[in-house]
Design a protein around this ligand. Structure first.
Ligand code: FAD
Length: 476
């Protein structure tokens, strides 16, 4: 007896995108969320191009872009800005919008596809055997314990993941920056730029508008490290902002203040049998580069169609190992990039900062280096490992992330000349497209699964790729 096909633990952005995809594929999905009501606290502000492509495939990009401000570049620190206008994407920009809008759209979509969200269900244990998973949750007051059974469970329950603990997995890493202050404030004299990132020997300040009259300030006082539990008042934030920016920006009122440490950690395995981890439950890093939520959403986009194919018997369970192989490597790379950016941003000595700015500006002015970093931070340049002997483009992102080929709803796209399409048409899940050469099979997450050179008439390997990735109706 099972209660759902998949139990998703946690309804942050990662869990909501995953749950919506699984339900759209026709699966019964139950989300267990410990909070009793939706939070309107926002952490992320940056939505990158690759994430917008994934949202476009789900019909959400336009609505999200309407909530925010596209910016041409990401200010890394000091006078160094990473230009994004050259990105080879329908979204050659960074969208500045509070995380709550991303979550709202993903929640509406998930509910629209029939996801069942149980609020006030705090997961306390997970156990599994060869047939399935049992997830234990409590109502928080400890009055009632519920066991939810399903063939698979995914932990998208954030930094302090109870699912990760239940699997007995460590979260190795270290604190990247200690004693960060976070304050949502009113400013009578806000900065002219949409994003302000500045540091000097006094500390570090980041300012971004919510778009509703409030601003988010993240600051660090270089002179002192404070326990995260210590109270934080507006005067302390105002003092650092004044010393770093030379003005307190007319800081008048705070609706929320808190302190946090920023860690760099990654779990060693994203899959343990029938339980998988995604988002902050699997990796955390500093906010530099604005990649955390983006990486979690892209984990979900990588996992959802594979899990749907396994649950429906279209793919072997082993395909879930490719989720670990592909996304663990990306997580490691993101930790490295954001770690390098935050360490560069925290330089205190004026001479080191000047040298840093000169060196970064010179390197980023070289097109290959600028494109490499913007491709990496935006997610556009990301590619997955290909099997030995595969065509050189296998594992690469398809042009526009497959949007032009019409991938949607967990469907694959097969592009190529008519005879090729005719030979491989009788598949339920395939959206076919008669686009010109090169012929290629694009996965539901927009990466190339099979390709051949222009003029090559052979479709060797295509049937195998269709079967391996679950593009064929069960038993076909
Ligand atoms: C200051 C700051 C700025 C940031 N800026 C950016 C940015 O600009 N761009 C970016 O991409 N990222 C940014 N991030 C990171 C981003 O906010 C996170 O990566 C993102 O929220 C992770 O999403 P998630 O769904 O994986 O986890 P979460 O958002 O943490 O969601 C986890 C959910 O699980 C629930 N939960 C937890 N435990 C349990 C349990 N035991 N049982 C049931 N439910 C449970 C929680 O209540 C929550 O709803 C920033 C982070 C910080 C701290």
């Amino acid at each position: 007896m099972t209660d759902a096909d998949v139990v998703v633990v946690g309804s942050g952005p990662t869990g909501l995108l995953l749950a919506g995809d699984l339900a759209e594929a026709g699966l019964q999905v139950r989300v267990l969320e410990k909070r009793t009501e939706r939070s309107n606290l926002t952490r992320a502000f940056a939505v990158h191009a690759r994430t917008l492509e994934h949202l476009q495939v789900r019909g959400l990009a336009e609505a999200l872009v309407a909530t925010g401000h596209p910016v041409d570049g990401l200010q890394l620190f000091g006078s160094v800005t990473l230009r994004l206008t050259g990105l080879d994407s329908p979204f050659p920009f960074l969208l500045i919008t509070p995380q709550l809008h991303v979550e709202r759209l993903l929640l509406e979509r998930a509910l629209g596809h029939g996801v069942q969200i149980v609020q006030g269900a705090e997961v306390t244990g997970v156990d599994q055997d060869a047939d399935g998973v049992r997830v234990t949750s409590s109502d928080g007051a400890g009055a009632r314990t519920t066991v939810t059974a399903a063939p698979f469970a995914v932990g998208t329950d954030g930094y302090r993941s109870a699912v990760r603990d239940a699997l007995g997995l460590d979260f190795p890493g270290r604190s990247a920056i200690r004693s960060l202050m976070l304050a949502d404030v009113r400013l009578t004299d806000p900065p002219a730029d949409l994003l302000t990132v500045r540091g000097n020997s006094h500390g570090f300040v980041f300012v971004v508008p919510f778009g509703d009259g409030w601003h988010r300030v993240i600051a660090r006082d270089a002179r002192r490290e404070v326990d995260v539990e210590d109270p934080l008042d507006l005067e302390e934030v105002r003092g650092v902002v004044q010393r770093v920016l030379g003005s307190d920006l007319g800081m008048a009122q705070a609706r929320w203040t808190s302190r946090f440490h920023s860690d760099e950690r990654q779990v060693s395995r994203y899959r343990v049998g029938r339980v998988l981890l995604a988002g902050d439950a699997a990796h955390v890093h500093s906010p530099a580069g604005g990649m955390g939520m983006n990486t979690g959403l892209q984990d979900a986009a990588n996992l959802s169609w594979k899990l749907a194919a396994v649950v429906e018997g279209r793919a072997e369970e082993g395909v879930l190992d490719t989720y670990h192989d592909e996304r663990h490597a990306v997580g490691t790379q993101v930790l490295r990039t954001s770690g390098a950016l935050i360490r560069a941003a925290m330089r205190r000595h004026p001479l080191t900062r000047t040298l840093r700015d000169v060196a970064f500006r010179a390197v980023l002015a070289l097109p290959p280096a600028g494109q490499a970093l913007s491709g990496r931070v935006s997610g556009i340049a990301l590619r997955y490992p290909a099997p030995a002997g595969a065509h050189a483009s296998v594992g690469r992102r398809a042009v526009d992330g497959g949007i032009g080929l019409g991938i949607e709803g967990g469907r694959f796209a097969l592009a190529g000349p008519e005879p090729l399409l005719a030979r491989h048409r009788p598949t339920r899940l395939l959206a076919t497209s008669a686009a010109q050469e090169p012929a290629q099979l694009v996965r539901p997450d927009g990466y190339i699964a099979w390709a051949r050179d222009p003029g090559d008439p052979s479709d060797a390997g295509l049937s195998q790729a269709l079967r391996r990735w679950g593009a064929l109706t069960s038993g076909a």
